[in-house]
Write a protein that binds this ligand. Structure first.
Ligand SMILES: C[S@@+](CC[C@H](N)C(=O)[O-])C[C@H]1O[C@@H](n2cnc3c(N)ncnc32)[C@H](O)[C@@H]1O
Length: 266
């Protein structure tokens, strides 16, 4: 078996097992219940991955479309939607594809802004994502945006030392862990750079290292995100701090780490 396949299949499986540190899915379902009038909602989840968010949305009765650039992730979503007639998913790149129109809600969650994979200028790509979300909404529809927003990014993103975020064994018997060796954040460019690899063992005991890479992420400011929303014709109706009903404080306070925004297409 090709190691690239083994590694990507393993990551898609392990991501789903390990990405459970917050109650972000339950929070989204609560916001939808509170902010929509109980009428059927047609929802688009951009970069839906393995369906961690879009499957519960479909289970809650919404009509859901999801897409993602990663077929290994999407395969998990496709498996989970078996027998459900109110969800579809497909593979495409968020920045180069047409998302369609007429959605009641577009969901950009799972910290997609910061985890966006692109060869483009990163801040520009984040801005385009918000613009495309607005275009996919029907007038009066809403964007649900959930992203990392820290009071002091220098403290959060300057990290040294070895860490493993995800580890475990998939259903093919591949085991392993992701390993990071820290990251460095430049407060002027707002670019965070880190290095990582995955240490894996195949189901017949062969060890190998995959995805040795240096990664870069652009950490947007609150002002940038708010200006991109304005420029896209989206009006902020509600903000939520750290998955609570408290609004995002202005200016940000030290406890701030995660922002959720509910914005209406005017
Ligand atoms: C952190 S995961 C979040 C997945 C899912 N939304 C969740 O919360 O579980 C980020 C996802 O974004 C997808 N992604 C990143 N860049 C993308 C792009 N340019 N187009 C489409 N999908 C992208 C990745 O393949 C990955 O599945």
């Amino acid at each position: 078996m090709n190691r690239d396949f083994i590694a990507k299949y393993w990551y898609a499986y392990i991501y789903e097992q390990c990405e459970n540190q917050t109650h972000d899915v339950e929070f989204l379902l609560n916001v939808l219940r509170a902010e929509t009038d109980g009428s059927p909602q047609k929802i688009l989840e951009v970069a839906c991955g393995g369906g961690r968010i879009c499957i519960p949305l479909a289970e809650a009765g919404y009509t859901v479309t999801g897409f993602d650039a990663n077929e290994y992730m999407l395969l998990r979503c496709y498996r989970r939607m078996k027998g459900m007639n109110n969800i579809t998913c497909y593979v495409t790149d968020a920045l180069t594809s047409d998302w369609g129109t007429g959605f009641d809600v577009v969901v950009l969650a799972g910290n997609l802004l910061i985890n966006l994979e692109t060869g483009m200028d990163y801040a520009r790509a984040q801005q385009i994502l918000i613009r495309k979300a607005a275009l996919a909404l029907k007038p009066g529809g809403h964007l649900y945006l959930d992203f990392d927003l820290h009071y002091d990014p220098v403290r959060i993103f300057n990290q040294m030392g070895e860490r493993s975020y995800f580890s475990g064994t998939d259903d093919l018997g591949t085991s392993g862990r992701t390993v990071s060796y820290g990251s460095v954040y430049d407060p002027v460019t707002r670019i965070c750079t880190g290095t990582r690899h995955w240490e894996l063992k195949t189901n017949n005991g062969e060890s190998f290292v995959a995805f040795t890479e240096q990664w870069h992420k652009y950490i947007p400011t609150q002002e940038q995100v708010y200006s991109w929303l304005r420029e896209a014709g989206l009006i902020i109706e509600r903000t939520y701090k750290n998955y609570t009903d408290e609004p995002i404080p202005e200016p940000l306070d030290e406890s701030m780490h995660r922002a959720t925004i509910w914005a209406k297409r005017g």
